[in-house]
Design a protein around this ligand. Sequence first.
Ligand code: PEP
Ligand code: MN
Length: 369
Amino acid sequence: MLAILHPDVDEDSLEYRQTWEYLEQLPGVELSVNTIQGKTRKLTEIYLLGNTAAVDLDQVAALPAVERAIRISEGYRVLGRHTEGERETGFVYNGVEFSQETFNVLPGLCAVDNPANVETMMKALQENGHTLTRMGAYKPRTNPYSFQGHGKECLPYVFELAGQYGIKVISMEVTHESHIEEIDTALEKLGRPTGVLLQVGTRNSQNFELLKAIGRQKTYPALVKRGFGITLSDSLNAAEYLASEGNSNVIFCLRGMRSDLGAPHRMMVDFGHVPTVKRLTRMPVCVDPSHSVGTRHGAPDGILDIAHVSAQGVVAGANLVLVDFHPNPEEALVDGAQALRIEELPQYLADIELAWQTYQQRLKIWNPA
Ligand code: PEP
Ligand code: MN
């Protein structure tokens, strides 16, 4: 069961204390609190876990701090939409709003290689009015002898340059719990010039201890990639792991499925699931066209496959696009074959902006006033 409190209710208020005291004494029921910082207000939800069959829904709904009470039977307890459908989606981090209604693009380096390329990338973003990016410092590689990323050594210059070029959020994969601490220490040392979105890679989508560790902290939101060889439901449960530990600021990212049937693309593009994830959960949905297509091949119409599938995801309502760029793809240490060129950034951004506008038009067609 879920008790949604009145917006902005104060934890020190009498209503809150009376509500808490009542819920706390329910036999066999454990409580878990989840707060969501929206753009204009703070929402608090109290989850009643355990044996809630005997709990009276109307009595919970009548408690002084409670606005609504909902019985939850389905999965994805925190992140799911459930039957009521009207709860807010998303969160605000470092001044940027992420929700099922907003649209953000995160173009950047798959892997940080050197300060010059980081600077070139960030400068291009600033020139194009963009404040979000991706930069990999810890790279999970299939081959143990492949470049594993510069790790914590590169964090100081990445964060410092981000501050210089007005970058607000960097999506950065972490492959071990200790990386969260390394990122936090580096940011703190520099006076937090930028923000980090902790990325969980497809290969770690069932690394439950990593998921729990990211969920235990609330400083950084997370972007969880779909596992490339597991069901959608298993991947949504991966995201729910974070929420179950207290961090519900989670973005879900589709990035293609491992299947020979996707060839000649690297993966089978799965962006048809964009609306499905929105129906099942309240998470903002991201698409990663780079890791799903995996090549710079294009159609005879002059448009790269990566741009085509980006548009497909965005036209279907994707809220974010995570995409690889590189100043010199031939020299990239990771995934150069799929990196778009910096010179292609303006046209790529114009193209997906058009796709987002098209989605807005589609909303009007299907939801007449
Ligand atoms: C990445 O985004 O750099 C990455 C490794 O992606 P994935 O986990 O989807 O393979
Ligand atoms: Mn990559």
